[in-house]
Design a binder for this molecule. Structure first.
Ligand code: GDP
Ligand code: MG
Length: 456
């Protein structure tokens, strides 16, 4: 078991070669003093000052010249004392520096940091809340410019601020209801004059707005998943290649060519779009193809947008109907569903009004399809600016909503007793508290930080 009290060290810059490589040490003032005196003897390090110093091995041989910065807690990233050594960024050199640091700190228990441990300390020392700490990892992992901006907003506390606002409302209302419990005769008067039910409705609405924003935030973080589905041979793989501007999927006129999912990420207006080409859906006795088709249907279940492809030259064929009957039941509620008629170059008639006509072969209409995707993706931009969210946050928000709905659906004081109402408000607050880390169980914290990269 590692302890949060140990001094820790890690390489904070990315592995590989670079102009600069950064090794960071965090610990108490005494711990960092001891290490710093061994590494840089006779040198008093001023806080937040870039010292140019010789970094030497234990025999006094020069290893590199480095910029060394000393931070005094709590004014540091972790909230503890920190020593940052910026040397040249070679992998072997960085390893030598790391080992020398570990050797210098051996007596006082210096150890290599776990993934995310610097940020975990920042959280434990109240330098940031949990949603902000997660935003650090999300900022590093952001795969589009929109995700970068949203992660930066989360890191500044935009998401947390909205959680705290709702939590304050919940707390105030709960305090009022709990005070009312002490006056059983005047209960109904108190509930009415305190507009308790109206307040429940207002808080529910705020919470649902936040939930919508968080859903957009999750799309920003993970990208928009667009699944290409339909009967065999309608041109799904051809469209995949056209959208990817590359030969990512095999195209033949043999039905059942694509058997496994093929994924490829493109960027539309700064948003990552994960395209998934799938096996054509039909009834089949072939075991491998059957497994592929089940994977298609699973992808459909998890999609943000499903492009249902049909071949414009043979619409309403038995295959098309069969595919449709298997795909439609697997669509989640609220999923965007676009009818795409491919092979319009072969068709004598135009695509129906509600469908997008394209030719994956000639490229006709593909531009139009892309702009439809962009519109859908663009709808995920809110005016006040998005923040990033994770599945974990959506789960907490959904639980908070459930507790509030118990009260919103049943008038407080009439069908729901006051003690139950107070308890539901407390549970809703707890669920929200988990997002910012106020009520998050320790094992969950461990899991969250273990997904970080080392040195962060
Ligand atoms: N004329 C024409 N042929 C197409 C078009 N799109 C795909 N094809 C052809 O239809 C056949 C099946 O295409 P493929 O992309 O493998 O279909 P999938 O089974 O749905 O993935 C191939 O021979 C393609 O060349 C199109 O827009 N026009
Ligand atoms: Mg295919």
């Amino acid at each position: 078991m590692v302890s949060d009290k140990d001094p820790i060290v890690a390489r904070s810059s990315a592995p590989g070669r670079g102009g600069i490589g950064v090794v960071r040490i965090s610990g108490t003032k005494e711990q960092v003093n001891i290490i710093s005196q061994i590494l840089f003897p006779q040198k008093e390090l001023k806080p937040r000052y870039a010292h140019l110093l010789s970094f030497k091995d234990s025999d006094g041989h020069l290893i590199d010249r480095a910029i060394v910065i000393r931070y005094f807690g709590p004014a540091s990233y972790t909230g503890e004392d920190v020593l940052e050594i910026q040397a040249h960024g070679g992998p072997a050199l960085q390893q030598v520096i790391l080992e020398r640091c570990l050797q210098a700190g051996r007596e006082i228990g210096l150890r290599t940091a776990e993934p995310g441990e610097f940020t975990k300390r920042a959280f434990l020392n109240n330098r940031m809340d949990l949603a902000q700490a997660e935003a650090v990892a999300d900022l590093i992992e952001a795969n589009s410019s929109a995700a970068v901006r949203a992660a930066a907003r989360s890191l500044q506390g935009e998401f947390s601020k909205r959680i705290h606002e709702i939590n304050a409302d919940l707390l105030e209302l709960r305090a009022y209801i709990e005070a009312t419990i002490d006056f059983p005769e005047e209960e109904i008067d108190f509930i009415e004059s305190g507009h308790v039910n109206e307040r429940v409705t207002t808080i529910s609405q705020k919470l649902m707005q936040l939930q919508n924003a968080a859903m957009r935030g999750k799309v920003l973080r993970e990208g928009l998943t667009v699944v290409l589905a339909g009967a065999p041979n309608v041109g799904k793989s051809s469209l995949m290649n056209a959208l990817a501007c590359d030969d990512v999927a095999i195209v033949t006129d043999i039905a059942g060519t694509t058997r496994d999912r093929i994924t490829h990420t493109i960027h539309l207006d700064g948003l990552a779009v994960n395209l998934i080409d799938t096996a054509g859906v039909r009834h089949t006795d072939n075991e491998v193809e059957r497994i592929g088709i089940e994977r298609t249907l699973q992808s459909v279940e998890n999609a943000d947008i499903v492009l249902l492809l049909r071949s414009a030259d043979q619409t309403e064929s038995r295959e098309e109907e069969e595919a449709l009957s298997l795909i439609l039941p697997r669509l989640r509620e609220g999923v965007e569903f676009l009818n795409v008629f491919n092979k319009i170059d072969l068709a004598t008639e135009k695509a129906p009004k509600d469908a997008i006509g394209i030719s994956a072969k000639t490229g006709e209409g593909v531009e139009n399809l892309v702009s439809r995707l962009k519109t859908i993706a663009g709808e995920s931009e809110s005016e006040e600016g998005d923040f990033l969210a994770r599945a974990r946050h959506l789960d907490c928000l959904a639980r908070a909503c459930e507790h509030l709905h118990v009260l919103a659906d049943n008038a407080v004081g009439r069908t729901v007793g006051l003690d139950i109402a107070a308890e539901e408000l407390r549970l809703a607050g707890n669920a929200l508290g988990e997002i910012v880390g106020e009520t998050t169980p320790d094992n969950l914290l461990g899991m969250i930080f273990s997904k970080f990269c080392i040195g962060k």
